[in-house]
Write a protein that binds this ligand. Structure first.
Ligand SMILES: [Mn+2]
Length: 327
């Protein structure tokens, strides 16, 4: 990259802490090695309260992908996502120079010059941590805190989809991180509208055997589906969650399971086939339905189709669902 001119780092839309941390770490590495300030960009926004505090407290700088002219960049990097996955807003014909990710390898990625995809890793932040470690030098507190929070939140403190490298990175980052900021990030204040959305998720939740499905219909921001899915996985007797919402004319799907053998990433791909894009890891996955119809009845029809496919994949018979809480 040295001497090539302006560098862009793209991550997935509505980035989570892992995507932001991987982008910041790559930006730092590029600065140290080439003395150039790379630009971080993505589609959508950062909405989840925890992530907003993280961006503010750790001074993460980024721009909206919609507002930049791609032609002004000579080098394009991608982290925590890959070309053609459907969860980033880079045009699919845009050549990518570097891809670093921990999701399963995509065919289009292989055209890039630097490809480092490690699906066995719990976090993209762990991969970038290894790059920084190899370069030597001390990690500044802010960057260490960003990386630590990314690994902690992505793996739920080494509880899901983690490997030995994640554990090593996590442990070496503990003494370097700012614990006051970490506390502020993990205990953020949220607007009242967030709690209404939670309440509608709880009221809507229906249980088929050990599968729980909830539909939030039109939502104010897409990240809320994954957050409620994480929360509902704590219900006794529930092994798998499918969360649904609608945002910007698209369906937002989130899948969570407490049994990695079910492989959420493969399951969600099989139920979304022909309706949109999806992917993920053993215990967490996400997807997009394109388009998601606007009327309530049509959204319910899409949901019914997804549930039927999912029950089929899980080899479960159709049953009348039970509601989670009495209405
Ligand atoms: Mn990630």
């Amino acid at each position: 990259m040295r001497g090539k001119g302006p560098i862009l780092i793209v991550t997935h839309d509505y980035p989570d802490p892992d995507a932001l941390a991987a982008a910041c770490a790559l930006q730092h590495l590029i600065l140290v090695k080439t003395n150039q300030e790379a630009t971080i960009a993505f589609g959508g926004a950062v909405n989840r309260s925890e992530n907003r505090v993280m961006v503010r407290e750790l001074e993460i700088r980024f721009v909206s992908l919609a507002e930049i002219d791609l032609k002004t960049f000579n080098v394009i990097c991608m982290v925590d996502t890959q070309p053609g996955t459907g969860n980033n807003s880079l045009p699919s014909d845009c050549p990518i120079d570097l891809v670093i990710d921990h999701h399963p390898l995509q065919g289009l990625t292989e055209a890039s010059r630097w490809v480092d995809v490690r699906p066995d890793y719990g976090a993209s932040a762990t991969i970038l941590f290894e790059y920084l470690k190899t370069q030597g030098g001390k990690l500044a507190t802010k960057l260490a805190t960003i990386l630590f929070y990314a690994i902690a939140s992505e793996t739920q403190n080494l509880g899901r989809d983690w490997n030995r490298a994640d554990r090593e990175a996590y442990l070496s980052l503990v003494p370097l991180s700012n614990n006051r900021i970490l506390h502020e990030i993990t205990r953020p204040k949220s607007p009242r509208a967030y709690f209404s959305c939670f309440a509608s998720g709880l009221r809507n939740a229906r249980i088929y055997h050990d599968l729980l499905v909830f539909n939030l219909y039109d939502i104010e921001y897409p990240e809320i589906v994954a957050e409620i899915a994480d929360f509902l996985l704590q219900i006794e007797g529930v092994k798998i969650i499918l969360g649904i919402g609608r945002y910007g004319g698209e369906g937002v799907l989130s899948m969570r399971t407490s049994s990695p053998d079910l492989h959420a990433g493969k399951l969600i791909q099989s139920i979304v086939a022909g309706l949109g894009t999806a992917g993920g890891h053993g215990m967490t996955a996400g997807g997009q339905i394109r388009p998601m119809p606007a009327s309530l009845a049509d959204q319910q029809a899409v949901e019914k189709r997804l549930v039927e496919r999912l029950l089929d994949q899980l080899k479960l018979l159709w049953v009348e669902p039970e509601t989670l809480i009495a209405n």
